[in-house]
Design a protein around this ligand. Sequence first.
Ligand SMILES: [Zn+2]
Length: 127
Amino acid sequence: MPVNKSRRAQLANARRNRKIEVFHKTRQILREENAKEQRIVVTPSTIVDICVSYDKSWMTRGHTSYMGLGCVIDVLTGLVIDHHVMSTFCHACATTGALIKSQQPQHFDAWMEEHKRQGCDKNFEDL
Ligand SMILES: [Zn+2]
């Protein structure tokens, strides 16, 4: 059964709210656990130092993958506190963009500007 636009928007909104909720719970756990480890009393204004590690990975080796992921992990708890999905590919750019560029090059810059405003999937440049 196809999902209509309003249901899709509801799901996107629910996902965004859930993500914010999980972020706040994670932040609270990090503050409490790191404060315990450092033996400090935490108030809402206390800045708690944390130790993190960062790693990133691509789906395949050899610079051939379109997708990658970077994560920031709290060393004490092992919780992922931030992440970023990287993509070197955008289907709309590869299809519609390439078609406009080859057949109506005078419209390409305007199309690309609007496409980027709406959200191009490519957010990482090949090295
Ligand atoms: Zn794109």
